[in-house]
Design a protein around this ligand. Structure first.
Ligand code: THU
Length: 152
């Protein structure tokens, strides 16, 4: 198994469509509801027809009832545009006035895997890293190796 990823030195180095998706995620971070952690996460999903759907973390006073930005974006995209394959996702953190690293949690990786299964294509994931670098990961298997599989 190959962990398939590349890193870009900055937002400016990304191809246009990827940069637009990351900028959409950056804007989305400001819509987060994160009064408990104060860690604002923005995500943006790119659909096959070019539509971008935003999501941000939505916290709750009963902590486990909240939801990550990535799943908020993916579920929102799927609920509004079920006929459109999900092709890419960008994620970024925002903390104490600065954009910062955000890598998807295990549960979000599992949900991404479900959309690959559903639409039959690989998902490209862009993660904002410390210092403004961007990591592009090709396919969820590179984020979740040896994930759950079954003939259900
Ligand atoms: N969070 C996300 O939205 N995405 C991630 O990939 C990791 C964590 C949220 C959950 C919680 O609201 C806050 O960040 C701190 O963990």
């Amino acid at each position: 198994m190959i962990i398939d990823y590349v890193e870009y030195g900055s937002l400016a180095e990304l191809p246009d469509d990827a940069r637009r998706l990351m900028e959409c995620a950056m804007e989305s971070a400001h819509k987060a509801y994160a009064p408990y952690s104060k860690f604002h996460v923005g995500a943006a999903v790119l659909l096959a027809d070019g539509t971008m759907v935003q999501g941000s973390n939505q916290e709750n006073i009963a902590y486990p009832s909240g939801l990550c930005a990535e799943r908020t974006a993916l579920f929102s995209a799927s609920a509004q545009h079920p006929e459109q394959a999900v092709v890419a996702l960008a994620v970024v953190g925002h903390f104490e006035g600065e954009y910062t690293e955000a890598l998807p949690c295990g549960a979000c990786r599992q949900v991404m895997a479900e959309y690959e299964l559903r639409y039959g294509n690989k998902l490209t994931v862009y993660c904002y890293l410390k210092g403004g670098r961007i990591r592009r990961i090709e396919g969820v298997e590179s984020l979740l190796p040896f994930g759950f599989d079954a003939d259900l």
